[in-house]
Write a protein that binds this ligand. Structure first.
Ligand code: ZN
Length: 114
């Protein structure tokens, strides 16, 4: 049966939500398939999602910065909010990758070099 946890090269189900989440997007070197040794990453859908999510989070960070001195509440909450936003920019796409999107072999030619 085909699933998003199947290796795109050999077709075996060699990934799970955790290893898939750690495989990264098309820009990364990916994770080695234990069956065929090819490096696999999350495909186009995951890469586009990560880019859009990054952009939205970035707009929020800029917004918080611009309004950071508006009131006393913002003054004390600006730093934790910005830190939370930056943290969530890295974590949320990984969690989504663990459960969505098809995988593919990495496009990076340097991925197999030692
Ligand atoms: Zn494989």
């Amino acid at each position: 049966m085909s699933s998003i946890y199947n290796c795109p090269c050999c077709g075996e189900k060699t990934f799970n939500p955790l290893t898939k989440a750690m495989a990264g997007t098309m820009r990364s070197k990916g994770r080695v398939c234990p069956k065929c040794g090819k490096r696999c990453v999350n495909g186009k859908g995951a890469t586009i999602f990560a880019a859009i999510y990054f952009l939205i989070s970035f707009i929020f960070v800029v917004y918080v910065f611009m309004h950071g001195k508006d009131s006393v509440w913002w003054d004390t909450h600006e730093v934790p909010i910005v830190l939370a936003l930056i943290l969530n920019m890295y974590i949320v796409p990984k969690i989504v990758n663990g459960f969505c999107f098809k995988m593919m072999e990495t496009l990076r030619i340097d991925a197999y070099e030692k």
